[in-house]
Write a protein that binds this ligand. Structure first.
Ligand code: ISL
Ligand code: CA
Length: 554
């Protein structure tokens, strides 16, 4: 276990389209981000993760890349990017980018060539197969459409797309593809960026022969065939090759986005350190309210289950390193999902509680824009207000079956656009995000929930995040110390100790909306409360609803 900058700093995720618009066209941009760097520095942020800013037709909001080495026109130019990078570095902040190389856009020059004819030199950059009896080559479902295959009439073959048909999967078996990707990565590193978040990086290697999926025999229709494309042995080889070819001799990091990774297999990507991924984003926590039918099959979560997931990962990765997050651009807002947004008092208190629980665990915290002011889910009133391909496709398919009404409720709870409305900077028109009408509607609560209001209120969620980040930044024991769960059986309270050498901390939070009885043992009751989200003096008999307490024990 070694110390590293990416273990010590708090990351902030920026969704550029919705962060800050500098020219009034309603679309966030790189100059807008530059204008807010001082805000991030004030907050205590050490590194920024930018969602894709590359040239893209935006079928999946930048996750369909047309040119890996050109900036999306609405976002600015390469000169703007270089300025953003140097302005961040001047403030002592690092910057990592999104690497989306499981697939490209169908408008990428490689795919344009690839689909031209069967003997095109780029044909093998993608995954083409003949059909079976006039149907798809196999039964794999895509994340966004029923089938993961698209028929190409010109050649009468099909190409694989695990996401939309405008996101064809690259063929990583082809050494030329790997060479091209590694060269591109190296050029970005030469530009001076500090690392990558790697989009669905654990699905780049597909099982040879592309066999049908179906975890339970007799399944019909298109199936989510992750056992055939996730976490395959070749993927580990590709990552090791990437590491050697691109990372050696550079002070850069990577965090993999890895759906379908369990606590058991996660260490295969992380240990020994520095050979594959530095960290990964696991989805067990984000799937806590998903039933067997997937994210839209919503089931209740419980504090007990949440605790077993969080502490289970602390244990599973104690010889490597966790990523810590409640939110990203694909997830609903945490205060609406895991806290309470019924009224202002509880919104503020529960947002602080969630922050306390997550940010002081062992691992690197990733804060998603707006989380630090406790932004909530959005009361969309009509599908026409949505922009996200996943929700729109899901709605179309369900509405055609006459299930529009129940589907709408699911989209309100879990739809990705909840996280994608503009950042709320102040209470002026369009929340200070833009002077023009934004590309997606605003959350109507911006007159109350915004950065300026939060900065002037010392009891705001924002100030609490800042205090929490400062606490973590200034105590190595809160970064590198070991984690030990306490009161594991308690049905409402999550608690843990962090310890390093002589330093010891106790973190206690009540995840429920009710008083939680908990008699503190002598050893804990004597500690000093250094941070709390309530004004009443701490009780040794229990915690108020959504109360959070950070106690210094030694
Ligand atoms: O968003 C999800 C659930 O709503 C996830 O299943 C998500 O599709 C998956 O985690 C992969 O996400 C990443 O790759 C996608 C892109 O749409 C997401 O925005 C990105 O985070 C395809 O590139
Ligand atoms: Ca703009």
């Amino acid at each position: 276990m070694t110390n590293a900058w990416w273990k010590e700093c708090v990351f902030y995720q920026i969704y550029p389209r919705s962060f800050m618009d500098s020219n009034g066209d309603g679309i966030g941009d790189l100059n807008g981000i530059i204008a807010k760097l001082d805000y991030l520095k004030w907050l205590g942020i050490g590194a920024i993760w930018l969602n894709p800013v590359y040239d893209s037709p935006n079928d999946d909001m930048g996750y369909d890349i047309r040119d890996y080495e050109k900036i999306m026109t609405e976002f600015g130019t390469m000169a703007d990017f270089d300025r953003l990078l140097s302005e961040a570095h001047q403030r002592g902040m690092r910057l990592i980018m999104d690497l989306v190389v499981n697939h490209s856009s169908d408008e990428h020059a490689w795919f344009v060539e690839s689909r031209k004819e069967k003997d095109n030199p780029y044909r093998d950059y993608y995954i083409w197969r003949p059909g079976k009896n006039g149907k798809e080559p196999n039964n794999w479902a895509s994340f966004f459409t029923p089938s993961a295959w698209k028929h190409d009439p010109a050649s009468n073959e099909w190409y694989l797309h695990l996401f939309s048909e405008k996101q064809p999967d690259l063929n990583w078996e082809n050494p030329q593809v790997r060479e091209a990707v590694f060269a591109m990565i190296n050029r970005w590193f030469d530009r001076g960026i500090d690392g990558f978040r790697m989009d669905v990086i654990n699905v780049i290697g597909k099982k040879p022969g592309l066999p049908d999926g179906g975890k339970t025999p007799g399944m019909t229709g298109y199936v989510m065939a992750d056992e055939q494309f996730a976490n395959q042995p070749q993927t580990h080889e590709y990552l090791r090759e990437m590491r050697k070819r691109c990372f050696a001799g550079r002070d850069v990091m990577c965090v993999g986005e890895t759906p379908f990774v369990t606590r058991e297999i996660a260490p295969d990507y992380l240990v020994p350190e520095g050979t594959e991924l530095d960290m990964l984003f696991q989805f067990e926590l984000m799937d806590i309210d998903s039933g067997p039918g997937g994210k839209w099959d919503i089931v209740p979560w419980s504090p007990g289950k949440l605790k077993s997931i969080l502490f289970g990962w602390q244990e599973a990765l104690k010889d490597s390193w966790n990523s810590l997050f409640w939110a990203n651009h694909d997830q609903p807002r945490p205060v609406s999902r895991f806290g309470c947004d019924d009224n202002e008092e509880l919104r503020v208190r529960s947002a602080k509680m969630l922050a306390t629980l997550m940010l002081l665990l062992r691992g690197t915290p990733f804060i998603y824009q707006g989380e630090e002011i406790g932004m909530t889910n959005v009361p969309f009133s009509d599908p026409a207000e949505l922009r996200d391909i996943e929700s729109l496709r899901f709605y179309e398919i369900a509405a055609a079956r006459g299930e529009g009404a129940q589907t709408w409720q699911r989209i309100l709870a879990k739809g990705r656009d909840n996280a994608r409305t503009p950042m709320q900077w102040d209470d002026s028109a369009y929340a200070g995000f833009s002077t023009g009408e934004p590309w997606i509607r605003m959350n109507p609560n911006y007159p109350v929930i915004n950065v300026r209001a939060a900065q002037t209120d010392p009891n705001s969620v924002l100030h609490y995040y800042r205090d929490l980040i400062a606490l973590r930044n200034s105590h190595p024991s809160l970064i590198y110390g070991e984690t030990q769960a306490v009161f594991p059986e308690h049905p409402q309270v999550a608690g843990y100790l962090r310890r390093l050498d002589d330093a010891a901390w106790l973190v206690l939070v009540n995840l429920s909306g009710e008083w939680a009885e908990l008699v503190l043992p002598e050893a804990f009751a004597g500690g000093q409360v250094v941070l709390s989200n309530v004004t009443t003096p701490p009780s040794n008999d229990g915690l108020l609803l959504y109360e959070a307490r950070v106690i210094k024990l030694g």
